[in-house]
Design a protein around this ligand. Sequence first.
Ligand SMILES: *[C@@H]1O[C@H](CO)[C@@H](O)[C@H](O)[C@H]1NC(C)=O
Ligand SMILES: *[C@@H]1O[C@H](CO)[C@@H](O)[C@H](O)[C@H]1NC(C)=O
Ligand SMILES: *[C@@H]1O[C@H](CO)[C@@H](O)[C@H](O)[C@H]1NC(C)=O
Ligand SMILES: *[C@@H]1O[C@H](CO)[C@@H](O)[C@H](O)[C@H]1NC(C)=O
Ligand SMILES: *[C@@H]1O[C@H](CO)[C@@H](O)[C@H](O)[C@H]1NC(C)=O
Ligand SMILES: *[C@@H]1O[C@H](CO)[C@@H](O)[C@H](O)[C@H]1NC(C)=O
Ligand SMILES: [Cu+2]
Length: 651
Amino acid sequence: MNIQVILLLLLFVTLNSCSLIKSLQHPLDPLSPKEINKIRTIIQNSHLKTLSNLTYHFLDVEEPNKDDVLHWLSSSERKENRFSRRAKVVVIGGRQTHELIVDLSKGLIESNHVHNGHGYPSLTFEELLQASLLSQKDPKFLNSITRRNLNISQVSCLPLTKGWFGEVMSRREVKITCFYRNGTTNIYARPINGITIVFDLESMKVTKYMDRYRAPLPTAEGTEFHARRLEPGPTYPNTTNSKFSIQGNVIRWGDWKFHVAFNSRAGMIISTASIYDSKEKRYRRVLYRGHVSETFVPYMDPTEDWYYRTFMDVGEFGFGKAADSLQPFIDCPGNAKFIDGYLIDALGMPNKLPRAICLFERYSGDVAWRHTEIGVPGKVIRNGEPEVTLVARMIATVGNYDYILDWEFRQTGSITVGVGLTGVLEMKATSYTSTDQITEDVYGTLVAPNTIAVHHDHFVTYYLDLDVNGSENSFVRSSLQTERVRGFPSPRKSYWSIKKKVLKREADAKIRLGSEPAELIMVNPNKKTNVGNPVGYRLITGQPAYSLLADDDYPQMRNAYTKYQVWVTPYNKSERWAGGYYADQSHGLDGLAVWTRRNRRIENEDIVLWYTMGFHHVPCQEDFPIMATLQSSFELRPTNFFDKSTILYKA
Ligand SMILES: *[C@@H]1O[C@H](CO)[C@@H](O)[C@H](O)[C@H]1NC(C)=O
Ligand SMILES: *[C@@H]1O[C@H](CO)[C@@H](O)[C@H](O)[C@H]1NC(C)=O
Ligand SMILES: *[C@@H]1O[C@H](CO)[C@@H](O)[C@H](O)[C@H]1NC(C)=O
Ligand SMILES: *[C@@H]1O[C@H](CO)[C@@H](O)[C@H](O)[C@H]1NC(C)=O
Ligand SMILES: *[C@@H]1O[C@H](CO)[C@@H](O)[C@H](O)[C@H]1NC(C)=O
Ligand SMILES: *[C@@H]1O[C@H](CO)[C@@H](O)[C@H](O)[C@H]1NC(C)=O
Ligand SMILES: [Cu+2]
C-alpha cells in the first residue's frame, strides 16, 4: 500500500466519522432539554394557556412508526435526519386531562385529545410533596398528633395512590399515611396507625379525615440503616479498558449494537438491539423494544388502613420519575460509564437526573465455557474462557422499595433481564411483641416488637417486542411429553419427546407456567439456519408466580394480566402499558387483558411478547430494618438463531 492510498483511506475514514456524528440522532432518542423547553413554549403560547392550574404529567418523544425507524436503520443514507421530532405530552388543565402531540419542527400542537375515560395520569412529585406538607398542617391531624403525645416536627407523611374499589364517582385523590421519625431515618419502621387522610389533588385540601385507634408506636431502636463500609469496596478493572462505546444513545459492545433511552414512565428502554453475524457480515435484528411495562404490588391486608395499597408503580408514579442518581462504586462498579436522564417538573421545565443509567462490563467470575478432553491419547486438552458481559442498569426508588433493573448482554447473543428488590418493607404498628401472642390473622410477619411487615406481591411485567431476524415472527410452545416405546424391541420403556405447537391466536398464548416442562420460543418461520431450523430466541423464565387474588377483586380487575406470566399480542404502537395508560384509579378497561379479547392472529406477524416476573413476598426478620437484595431474572437466549456456537469466533 503506498502512502497516497493510506492518506486517501484516512480522509475517507475522517469524512465518514464526520457524517456519523451529524446523524447521531436516533429517531428514538429522548427529548433534549432544548426540545423540552421548546415544547413548553409551544404549549404556553397555545389556547391551553387559558386553562387553570396547568400541570405536566408526562412528556416524551412520540415514537415514529416502526416501519420508518427500521427503514432509517437499514438505509445507508442517514446523513439527514428525516424524522420530524414529535412529542407526546399529557397535561391536566381546568380539571381535564389533555393528551397532546406536539410537532417540534412545525412548532405547533398537532392534536389535542381530551381523555374522558376512567383513570388519571401519573402523579407529579410536586403534588405529592404538597399533599404531604399540607396534610401535616391540617388542624384535625395536629390534634391527633397532640393526643398521641407526639411532636409534629418529627412526623413524616407519605401520599399513596388509593386504587379503585367500585366507586362510580371519582376525584384525583391520594391517601396519606404518616410516620414518627423521632430518632430514626427509617420512617417506615415507625408507622402511626389508625389515621386515614384523604387528600384532593385538585383543590389541594384534606377531604376526609378519620382517627380510629392507636397502636403502640414501634421503637426507633435498631431501625437505622448504615453501611458497614462507607469506602468504595473492591477494586474494579479500570474504566479505560472497557470495550464498549457510547455514541449518543447507541451502545456498541462486541457483536451487540443497541439504543438505550430514559423515559419518566418506564425508566430505561432498550431499543433496536441487533447482533452482528460475522459469517454474513450483517447485523441481525433481535429486539425492537424492551422495557418494564407495569408493576403491580398488592398488599394482602384487607383492613381499613391497608386494603387500598395495591400499587401500580409504573403507571401511577413512573419508574423513570422514581429513578435515582446512581452512586459510583455502590450502585455500579468502578468501571461503569453513566448516562444522564431528563425529567420534567410539574411546570414542564427540564430537570437533569445525573447518572440515570450506567453501563459496565461485568467480570462475574463465572465460566463462559470450558472443556477438558482426556480422550485423545497422550494429551490432556483443557480450554475455556471467563464470562464477561455488558450490563445496562437503572434503579427506581418507589417510596420504601428500590428496584434494581438490569439488562445484561452476553457475547453468545443471550440477554438476561434481571430485577433486584431491596429497600425497606411496608410495616404496620401492632400491640404484639411476640408471635406466640398472635391468634388472629395479622396479614404479615412480626419482624420486630410492635412491627408487622405485611404480605405482598411484586409483579414486574416486561414489554418485549422481539423481532427475531425480522418483524414477522411466530410463538412456539414445545411441550415435553413422556412417550412409551412402541413398535420395536428396546429394553427401555419410555423417553420424552417434543410436541411443538405454533400459537395462532392471542387466546392460545395466555400461558400460566407451572411444573409442566415446556420451551417457549419466538421464531422467524421465514428464516432458516443452514440445516433448516427456523431461527429463534427462547424465553427462559424464572420461578413462576401469578396473582392469587380473586378475579372479581377490584385490584385484580385492574391488573388482570398478572393471572398469566406470558402473553403474545400483535404489534400495535399504542399497546405498551399492560395495566392501561391511565393507571391511577383505573377500572381495568384498558390494558393487555382487554386488548387480547379481540383474539387477533399472532402467527407469522409482527408480535410482542409480554412476560411477568413475580415475587410473593412473605417478609422475614432478615428483611428488617433493610432488605438485602432479592434477585430474579429471565433470559432471552438464541435458539437455532446461529448456525453454531458464536462464543469461539468473535470480532
Ligand atoms: C423522642 O426521642 C427522644 C430521644 O430518644 C425521647 O427522649 C423522647 O421521649 C421522644 N419523644 C417522643 C414524643 O416520642
Ligand atoms: C418538638 O421538637 C422540636 C425540634 O425537635 C423542639 O424544638 C420542640 O421543643 C419540641 N416540642 C415539644 C412540645 O416537645
Ligand atoms: C386550582 O388550584 C387551587 C389550589 O391550588 C384550587 O383551589 C382551585 O380549585 C384549582 N382550580 C381548578 C379549576 O382546578
Ligand atoms: C485508569 O487508567 C488511566 C490510564 O492508565 C489512568 O489515567 C486513570 O487514572 C485510571 N483511572 C482509575 C479510576 O484508576
Ligand atoms: C437476517 O439474518 C441474515 C443472516 O442470516 C442477515 O443477512 C439479515 O440481514 C437478517 N435480517 C434481519 C432483518 O435481521
Ligand atoms: C391499536 O390498539 C388500540 C388499542 O387497543 C386500538 O384502539 C387500535 O384500533 C389498534 N390499531 C390497530 C391498527 O389495530
Ligand atoms: Cu416485597
